[in-house]
Design a protein around this ligand. Sequence first.
Ligand code: TMP
Length: 206
Amino acid sequence: MTGLLIAFEGGDASGKTTQARRISDLIGAFFTREPGGTEVGESLRDLLLDAQTPLAFRTEALLMAASRAQLVEEVIRPNLENGIHVVSDRFLASSLVYQGYATSLPVNDVRELSIFATNGLLPDLTVLIDVPVELSMQRRTDMPDRFESETTEFHEKVRRGYLALAESDLEKWVVIDGSGSLEQVSSLVDQAITGHLGLSLTSSSS
Ligand code: TMP
């Protein structure tokens, strides 16, 4: 039996990383993130997030896809083939939204590039943690990276892009209101994972 691939998506400071790690622990999955998750992917991440390194939009899209290609080949596919679930903090939809909807690149071009990178692999479920941009901006504390330094308008486009993707594929997406307390959001995410994938969350070793 092959494992399931579950992607967590959302704007910056949406709380998706906390939820992705929590669910990964609960279902005994392999946890990874994008960009990154491999040696070359983490080097690409440093470049991609560095606000001081100029990157053309197409270069940015290609480097995101390169990180994804390596992650799928080296980490995700082998785990899935061994029957191990994989939880990824961001996946292909991040490119559609950040490099497509929020930038000037055609979304379909970015989709084709991403599908080339994953060799056709798509998530079994994408969990979108949706938070109003104003709230996510208040939550940010660190030094802003390339994407966090973007305008409010950019982040509004990211949010709208995610909601449009979810709307167009309701079977493979679930939208969670991420504006509540940690307990409230966790409970909604738990219901989504059990309801959509039939996974038990009681088999936790933690
Ligand atoms: P995060 O993992 O801390 O959320 O940061 C990753 C940043 O990279 C985030 O701002 C979104 C951005 N990103 C893209 O623009 N395209 C992509 O394909 C991925 C995976 C991330």
